[in-house]
Design a protein around this ligand. Structure first.
Ligand code: DQA
Length: 145
């Protein structure tokens, strides 16, 4: 069982970027948390981050054959990307959407969401814990072979 953890624009700056909103942990710290949890479930995790929409679409297409589940924080593309929406529609493995902050409690433009209608479930507002919870959910959702 293999999970892609795909992270969108500006998440490479976690730890430095608006820490009052996104916390002090870096994406590497979150990766380490996930890896530790993944060992418990005997799941492989691939941490991926890009600032480019097309790269995220490419990874979602790759996931069709190379992954059994996806954790996705599409960051700002959550609120804009029809391309990522369409790529998710073409994917029939479970995808859990994660946000560190709670976009519904922030700017009005963050209440538009192209991702949540096409994922299995969403977790928002719980910081890095959300990623770990998403992995726990996938461990239940992905059949062990
Ligand atoms: C985010 C929320 C988005 O609105 C924002 O654009 C991000 C991060 C989050 O994890 O809270 O970049 O996805």
């Amino acid at each position: 069982r293999r999970v892609f953890c795909i992270n969108g624009p500006n998440l490479n700056l976690l730890g430095q970027r608006e820490p009052e909103i996104y916390g002090h942990q870096t994406l590497d710290d979150i990766g380490a948390l996930l890896l530790k949890e993944a060992q418990v479930f005997d799941i492989g995790v691939e941490m991926l981050q890009s600032n480019h929409e097309g790269q995220i679409v490419d990874w979602l297409q790759q996931a069709r054959t190379e992954a059994s589940g996806v954790i996705l924080n599409a960051a700002a593309y959550t609120h804009t990307s029809v391309a990522i929406h369409d790529a998710l529609k073409a994917l029939d493995i479970p995808v859990i959407e994660v946000h560190l902050s709670n976009p519904a409690a922030r700017d009005a433009f963050r209440s538009v969401n192209y991702i949540s209608p096409v994922v299995k479930g969403s977790i928002a507002g719980l910081g890095s814990v959300g990623y770990v919870l998403a992995l726990k959910a996938l461990a239940q959702l992905i059949p062990s072979t």
